[in-house]
Write a protein of this length. Structure first.
Length: 303
């Protein structure tokens, strides 16, 4: 009967599940499932054995996420990863810098993730717009657990976007901002949500009040350099009363306690001012004490 079901295509071989080796003989598990259920059972296998290196024949998830034929499988993987609380590591560094369209497509895949199960490492110079950074942070607000922006030129404006995200309920626990050109101003901006979890007034004014930023976010991420301002025409567009009311309500929301426990800030030219801004975050008696803080290759002066 099994031969008939397999030969007729009613059941298909499910790979890549493999049992652990017993003694000197390796035992492989061959599972057969109905074709319509193959993606689901394959995702179950993937999330179950993801940390045990017992997978055969599947491309890495950073390739799967860009291939249409894997869309259903990916949705099951995300859902089951949330249920089983396993981390999905998405390392995009080897792919190099993606085009804006491809990066936006990648970001849109993050919307459905509702629990912090993703570890994302972006390529060098991937984020070249503070608007793009804000868009990415908003879409991945609930799903990111670890984020590496190593060697992306964020500067102070990018740090303000990160600060706003951290103070608005971001689930990020580990944040790598090494070599991001933050400088003293960027560090001051980044430290604010840690120190002002109940005081919106201490957040960067550009986030709470900047009409230009608000308009740009509504329009999506245009081609706009971090160190430049957006097109003047965009800033001059009228904002509806409903949009202004929404923005006003956002300003009233209390700042949430950032969940970051590991912060890597190597190579950012912090200087004495940046060191001083970070000092309260290292106080073991403080409410927001970091567990680890990386400060290599910085121009550190006496705090």
């Amino acid at each position: 009967r099994m031969k008939y079901l397999i030969g007729a295509g009613i059941l298909r071989l499910l790979e890549p599940c493999r049992l652990t080796q017993l003694g000197s003989r390796g035992i492989e598990a061959f599972r057969f499932v109905p074709p319509l259920m193959k993606d689901y059972y394959l995702a179950r296998c993937y999330t179950r054995y993801i940390s045990e290196k017992r997978l055969l024949g599947l491309p890495p998830i950073e390739e799967i996420i860009f291939r249409k034929e894997w869309t259903l499988f990916l949705s099951y993987v995300i859902e089951l990863a949330e249920v089983r609380e396993v981390t999905l590591k998405i390392d995009l560094r080897a792919r190099g810098t993606m085009s804006k369209d491809k990066f936006r497509k990648f970001m849109e895949n993050l919307v459905t993730v509702q629990k912090p199960v993703m570890q994302i490492m972006l390529a060098n110079d991937q984020v070249n717009s503070w608007i793009e950074l804000d868009y990415f942070l908003k879409l991945s607000q609930k799903g990111l657990r670890q984020l590496s922006l190593n060697r992306n030129v964020l500067e102070a404006r990018g740090a303000e976007c990160l600060a706003a995200s951290l103070g608005a309920g971001s689930e990020v626990r580990e944040l790598d901002l090494s070599c991001c050109c933050l400088g003293e101003d960027g560090i001051h901006a980044l430290a604010r949500p840690f120190l002002a979890a109940s005081d919106r007034r201490l957040l960067p004014a550009t986030w709470a009040m900047d009409k230009e930023l608000f308009l740009a976010i509504l329009q999506g991420p245009p081609s706009c350099e971090l160190k430049s301002t957006c097109n003047e025409e965009a800033a001059q567009k009228e904002v509806s009363q409903e949009e202004l009311a929404t923005k006003s309500e956002e300003k009233k929301k209390p700042v949430e306690k950032p969940k970051v426990k590991f912060l890597e800030l190597a190579g950012n030219a912090l200087g004495a001012g940046g060191t001083e801004a970070l000092a309260p975050l290292l106080d073991p008696k403080g409410a927001f004490a970091l567990e680890r803080l990386g400060l290599d290759d910085n121009a550190l002066g006496p705090a």
